[in-house]
Ligand binder design. Structure first.
Ligand code: ZN
Length: 271
C-alpha cells in the first residue's frame, strides 16, 4: 500500500513538473515571438512644417521659434531620423536611436534653405523636404535645384509633393498619374536618384490615389492628419504633427508634441 502511495505521489509530482515545463516553454515562445511582433513598435512623432520666416502667415513659424523648438528637441534627447530609418523600423523592427523624431517640411520654400537649414545643421539634425517640382527654380519664393543639391549632400532628404500642388482628389486619374510621375522624373533628373517618399498636397487623398502613389514606386506617403506613426499605420497615409503659427507657438508646439501620445492613449486620435 505504501509503495502504491509513493508511486501515485511521484506520478503527481512528475505530472505537475511536466505541466510547469510546458508552461515555461509556452511563455518563452510568446516572448520570442513578441520581440519581432510589430505590436511592440513604439509610436514615432513626425513634425510637419512649411515656412520658417517672420511673415505673419498661418504656415510660418519664425526662425526664433524654430530655433527654440529644435533646441527643445536637442536638450530633451530627441534624435532626428530619415524616412528610410522609419521604414526599416516599421517593416522589420530595425533599431532606432532613443526618442526618434522625423522632421518634415512641405512645398520647398526658400526659407527652408536660408532659415531652417542653418538651425538644423547647428543641432546636427536631419529633415525631409517634399518639393513641388515645378516651383523649384521657377518661383523665387521657393528654392533652387542648386540649393536642394547642396542640402542633399549634407544629409537632407527630398521627396515629392507633386509637380503643381493641386489637390489630387479634384483631378482625373490621368492628371493624378502625371503629377506623380512628372515630379518623380524631375527629382530623379535633378538629384540623381528617384524619390522614395511622397506627401499629399493639401492633405487630400483616397484609396485610389494611395494605390497610384504605390504604383509610381513611392515607398510611403505622408498626410496632414494629426497623430503619430506606429504598428497599425498605413504606409500610404502616415500621420504627422503639423506645426503652425499660434499665438504662443512654443506652447502649442510643446502641447502638440507631448499631447499626441496622451490623446492616442485615450483613443481621441488614431495612432
Ligand atoms: Zn503643400
Amino acid at each position: 500500500m505504501n509503495k502504491r502511495k509513493t508511486y501515485i505521489t511521484l506520478g503527481i509530482i512528475l505530472f505537475f513538473f511536466c505541466i510547469s515545463l510546458l508552461k515555461f516553454d509556452s511563455t518563452s515562445v510568446v516572448a520570442s515571438y513578441n520581440e519581432n511582433n510589430p505590436i511592440n513598435l513604439q509610436n514615432i512623432p513626425i513634425l510637419n512644417y512649411h515656412k520658417v520666416d517672420i511673415l505673419n502667415h498661418a504656415l510660418s513659424v519664425s526662425p526664433q521659434e524654430f530655433e527654440e523648438q529644435m533646441e527643445y528637441l536637442y536638450k530633451n534627447g530627441y534624435h532626428t531620423i530619415t524616412p528610410d530609418q522609419l521604414m526599416a523600423y516599421l517593416k522589420s523592427c530595425k533599431e532606432l536611436p532613443d526618442k526618434p523624431i522625423l522632421i518634415t517640411f512641405d512645398d520647398g520654400y526658400l526659407d527652408n534653405y536660408t532659415n531652417a537649414y542653418p538651425i538644423l545643421k547647428k543641432y546636427g539634425f536631419t529633415a525631409t523636404i517634399f518639393l513641388v517640382t515645378n516651383l523649384i527654380n521657377h518661383d523665387d519664393r521657393f528654392m533652387t535645384w542648386d540649393q536642394v543639391r547642396e542640402m542633399q549632400k549634407n544629409g537632407i532628404v527630398f521627396g515629392s509633393h507633386t509637380a503643381n500642388h493641386k489637390s489630387l482628389t479634384t483631378l482625373t486619374k490621368e492628371q493624378v498619374m502625371s503629377e506623380l510621375s512628372e515630379s518623380r522624373d524631375e527629382l530623379t533628373r535633378q538629384l540623381g536618384k528617384p524619390p522614395k517618399y511622397f506627401a499629399y498636397p493639401t492633405g487630400t487623398y483616397n484609396a485610389e490615389i494611395e494605390e497610384m502613389v504605390r504604383a509610381n514606386k513611392y515607398k510611403a506617403a505622408f498626410t496632414i492628419e494629426y497623430g503619430q506613426v506606429g504598428a497599425d499605420s498605413d504606409l500610404y497615409s502616415l500621420q504627422r504633427i503639423p506645426i503652425f503659427k499660434g499665438q504662443k507657438t512654443f506652447r502649442s508646439f510643446f502641447i502638440r508634441l507631448n499631447g499626441a501620445p496622451i490623446l492616442e492613449e485615450l483613443g481621441l486620435i488614431k495612432s
